[in-house]
Design a protein around this ligand. Structure first.
Ligand code: CA
Length: 229
C-alpha cells in the first residue's frame, strides 16, 4: 500500500483509544479517534477511512446499530470490539457484516495484527477485481457451477459449491455453522451443524487433490469457518 492506511477508531474509553492510536501510528497507519456513537455513522461515511475499529458499547449510539447503518451504504472493513468472548457467536448471528471481532481486553499488538490481516484480505480482493491476479488460483463460475483451481476443473457437489461460494465471496468474514446452514441448506430440514463440517472436509480434500499446498478454508475455533486469501 503506497499511502498510509487511514484507520478510524471509535472507542469511548479515551485512555484505551490513546494507546491504540500510538500503536497504530507506530505500525505506519494514520489514525482518527472518535469517542461517541451519535455522529459515528456519518463520520465513517464522510471520512471514508480504509478501516474502522468499532466498539459496541458507546455513548449515544451502540456499535451494532452503527455497523448496520454503515453496511447499508458502505463495504468499508469493520473490526468490532466486544466485551465478552461469548458474545461473538450472538454477534455473528446478527449478521452485521463486520470483518472481524476482537474481544476486550485485547493487546494493541493483537489489534495491529488483525487490522493488517483485514487490510490484506480486503486489499487483495479489491485489486483482484481490477487486475485478476492473486485470487486467480481459484475461480468460481456461478452461472455454470464450475470450479477451477490452477486452471483445472474440480468436481464439487451442489452443496460443496454453494459453501465454497458463500465463503469465497465474503472477503474473509467468519461464518458460524448455523449461518452456513441457513445459506446453503435452507431447503433441507434434516441437517445439523456437523453436516457443515463433513462438507468442509470433503471440500478441502478435493481442493488438495489438485493443489496440495492450497487450503484457503480457515477453521475458527468454537465459531465456524472463513475463507482466507
Ligand atoms: Ca465502550
Amino acid at each position: 500500500m503506497s499511502k498510509l492506511p487511514h484507520i478510524l477508531v471509535i472507542e469511548d474509553e479515551t485512555t484505551l483509544a490513546g494507546v491504540i492510536k500510538d500503536y497504530l501510528v507506530d505500525a505506519g497507519m494514520t489514525v482518527t479517534l472518535l469517542h461517541e456513537g451519535t455522529t459515528a455513522t456519518q463520520t465513517i461515511l464522510g471520512a471514508k477511512p480504509d478501516l474502522v475499529v468499532l466498539d459496541i458499547m458507546l455513548p449515544g449510539k451502540d456499535g451494532i446499530t452503527i455497523c448496520r447503518e454503515v453496511r447499508a451504504q458502505s463495504e468499508v472493513p469493520i473490526i468490532m470490539e466486544t466485551a465478552k468472548v461469548d458474545e461473538i457467536d450472538r454477534l455473528l448471528g446478527l449478521e452485521l457484516g463486520a470483518d472481524d471481532y476482537l474481544c476486550k481486553p485485547f493487546s494493541p499488538r493483537e489489534l495491529v495484527a488483525r487490522i493488517k490481516a483485514v487490510l490484506r484480505r480486503t486489499g487483495i480482493s479489491r485489486s483482484d477485481q481490477e487486475e485478476g491476479s492473486a485470487e486467480a488460483r481459484l475461480q468460481l463460475d456461478e452461472e455454470k457451477w464450475l470450479t477451477r483451481l490452477d486452471g483445472q476443473i474440480i468436481k464439487l457437489t451442489r452443496r460443496e459449491f454453494q459453501l465454497l461460494l458463500v465463503l469465497h465471496k465474503s472477503g474473509g468474514r467468519v461464518y458460524s455453522r448455523s449461518q452456513l446452514l441457513d445459506a446453503v441448506f435452507r431447503d433441507d430440514a434434516d441437517v445439523f451443524d456437523r453436516t457443515i463440517d463433513s462438507h468442509i472436509k470433503n471440500l478441502r480434500n478435493k481442493l488438495k487433490q489438485v493443489a496440495p499446498d492450497y487450503d484457503p478454508i480457515r477453521s475458527v475455533y468454537g465459531v465456524g469457518y472463513a475463507f482466507e486469501l
